[in-house]
Design a protein around this ligand. Structure first.
Ligand SMILES: Nc1ncnc2c1ncn2[C@@H]1O[C@H](COP(=O)(O)OP(=O)(O)O)[C@@H](O)[C@H]1O
Ligand SMILES: [Mg+2]
Length: 390
């Protein structure tokens, strides 16, 4: 896909073998060559390669580097070795290598192995898009989206972008006390294909969290530049391009939405691996939610597993219990967030995410659970796809 970065490989090999390997690897994307381990470390930090190819001719230094890449630098390596004995292969795998390829290795065989490994790494590293949606205003979508982003970024140590697709009245940045000078509109006005740095340039940062925010337009009329008649190129879907660019670099892209089925929101729902559908236990919200869930499942055809219902303020006490609500919605409730106006409203008024302001409150802990569950599900699917790649 044109908007995603090409794969990058780092190659460490002795001078004699390097030109041939470089040629064989070139078809996968950008190849950065190193002549010594220190250069590999530098390149890994600068270029964030998909895979490192290490040539081993006898020295244990390569295995130590392989283990360091895996454990300290979060990058996988494949080892090519001159030695076909089992002990060497096993040592490489124990050092965290994705595979060990013994010389002599034919170009096609090498390319097939690299293709499989790069694809596996890309699948594992692709960031997840989580769209927070609901078919009623005021149910807590923005509160959940912002605080979930903080939980993932600061407690789970993930790289997180928060995208505000409530294009007319979004206030995600306000929940962080930030006043964005650049917004999503500034990305959509650029000419040519979007790339990561164009999007990164307009992200808003705050002092309260490492979450990076793509802010909504500053006034409602500007929304049309993003997904309406004001688009610079009418046939482009800017929201899709932005989400794909962000997911190629961020671990998580959390999307806050408005209550509508316009292009921006539908795109965010389509692109998402997970939709968190927020509702509250009042009859109007539940009625709209039942309709909304029906549209997502029947008309948009999403699988049940893509949707998780979040019941916000479920303990506020209006006579409907969780089971009755699940029945009305015809969908199980995955997460419960308690009602706590003192925490939620105070945090919003101060411009400090509630999970930071009152991290030990029941509401903050409930949001932290949602974050932990997302990470756990992703890690489980990585383990499964890693097994499949072997
Ligand atoms: N669990 C909660 N307890 C108390 N107040 C809440 C809770 N969740 C959200 N709120 C408050 O409800 C209002 C609407 O929340 P918001 O997240 O903006 O909803 P939405 O984005 O769905 O319109 C805000 O004032 C917010 O602080
Ligand atoms: Mg909102």
């Amino acid at each position: 896909m044109s908007t995603e970065q090409q794969p990058a490989l780092v190659l460490l090999a002795p001078g004699g073998r390097r030109p041939e390997l470089r040629e064989a690897l070139r078809e996968f994307g950008r190849v950065f060559e190193a002549d010594r381990p220190e250069r590999v470390r530098q390149l890994v930090r600068q270029e964030h390669p998909d895979l490192v190819v290490l040539y081993m001719d006898g020295s244990d230094e390569i295995l130590a580097l392989c283990a360091e890449l895996d454990q300290a630098l979060g990058t996988k390596a494949v080892v090519i070795g001159t030695d076909a004995n089992f002990a060497t292969m096993r040592a490489a795998m124990q050092a965290g290598a994705r595979d060990y390829l013994a010389e002599p290795i034919a170009t096609e065989e090498l390319q097939a192995a690299i293709a499989r490994l790069v694809q596996g790494e890309r699948r594992a590293h692709r960031g997840r898009v989580v769209t927070v949606f609901g078919t009623k205003g005021g149910v807590g979508k923005s509160t959940l989206a912002a605080n979930l982003a903080v939980v993932l970024a600061d407690r789970q140590r993930q790289r997180v972008a928060l995208v505000d697709l409530d294009l007319e009245f979004g206030c995600a940045a306000t929940l962080f006390g930030a006043r964005p000078s650049l917004t999503i509109v500034d990305v959509c006005r650029r000419s040519g294909a979007l790339n990561l740095s164009m999007v990164e340039e307009v992200l808003t940062r705050s002092t309260h969290s490492s979450v990076e925010i793509l802010a909504a337009p500053t006034t409602p009329d500007l929304a049309a530049f993003v997904d309406g008649e004001g688009k610079r190129e009418p046939d482009r879907n800017y929201v899709q391009e932005i989400l794909r660019v962000l997911r190629s670099s961020y671990d998580w892209v959390i999307v806050d939405t408005a209550v509508d089925f316009g292009e921006a929101v539908i795109t965010a729902l389509d692109e998402a691996e997970r939709v968190l559908f927020v509702t509250t236990p009042d009859v109007p919200a539940l009625q709209n939610s039942a309709k909304g869930l029906d549209i997502l499942l029947e008309r948009l055809g999403y699988p049940q597993e893509k949707l998780q219902v979040v019941l916000n303020r479920g303990n506020a006490g209006i006579g409907l219990n969780g089971d009755e609500i699940a029945k009305v919605l015809d969908h199980p409730i995955q997460f419960h967030l308690p009602s706590d106006g003192d925490v939620a409203v105070r945090a919003a008024n101060l411009g400090v995410p509630l999970v930071r302001l009152r991290g030990r409150s029941a509401l903050a802990r409930a949001i932290a659970k949602v974050g932990a569950s997302l990470v756990e599900t992703r890690d489980r699917s990585h383990r499964v796809s890693a097994l499949g790649a072997k």
